[in-house]
Ligand binder design. Sequence first.
Ligand code: MRU
Length: 337
Amino acid sequence: MTIPQPIAWTPDFSVRILDQTLLPETETYRTLETVDAVAEAIRTLRVRGAPLIGIAAAMGVTLALRRGEATLETVCAGSAALGATRPTAVNLRWALARMERRAAAATAAGEDLQRALRDEATAIWDEDRAMCARIGEAGAALIEGDAVVLTHCNAGALATGGMGTALAPVYTLHAAGRRVSVVADETRPLLQGSRLTAWELARAGVPVTVIADGMAASRLRRGDITCVIVGADRIAANGDVANKIGTYGLALAARAHGVPFYVAAPSSTVDIGTPDGAAIPIEERAAEEVSALGGRRTAPAGVPVWNPAFDVTPAGLVTAIITDRGVFAPADVGGTL
Ligand code: MRU
């Protein structure tokens, strides 16, 4: 099974990324050498997905020390620039806060700051890979017999440091020789489902069918979907889940058709400091993402566009949250993780 690796260190500790804006047509890798280059890559979704942008930011912050003095202030300035790129995924802030704590401890102890931060970023990446594997096992244990999993956006290897979150149970079942296939929502407006989820699953040899987002309810009514599994950008203390726009509608449709709706996420996505979904900042992106496609207009010039990148699914619509620490009822996640 071939799973893509969307991020890596280069031998001289620059950050190498797979440019996801160019998939599925070309598999192009870019080397990023400055904080600004990493910030641009996160903002433009060359690297994307909640856990991966946390890892990218952690690696990116080490680049601040290449241009600036090796001080805590330089680290904090780099961290602030990276933290301002995208507001919704809590993993970004979680990873940067961890890097700042490590920088403060290394400074106080007189350690080599550059080395300490590279090791910390590598640890964040390694831990995410391990969390994905545990999510895969916990999720696979929920699924009996042959399975058809419906998913939205991309919460696979391209979104994490490992085998993904929502796709981790799929890969785990596939590797165990179980019959599992995926129905991937296209995920308008940026098509992460058709461009990215379908690309990585096809590459791994997992059968995948792409549908337009508006087809999901009809597909659920057909009765052949075993469960829906999606990822998360932030899970509030009460179990409300922010994820890619369209997730809420999918949860409503799954509930209407009695299909289990699972959210798969590492514990770093649970934010006990956010009481509920209403307190989660939702990123709004450029109108052109909706009003144009492939260089052509899809809406008349001048017509207003609303383009929130994420929505909030109320905890009551979520069957269970699959994490690296086990499977939880949404109401329990804040008190336990
Ligand atoms: O805008 P994106 O592509 O970064 O959005 C990604 C998602 O919404 C994912 O479902 C989420 O980050 C979980 S990734 C494991």
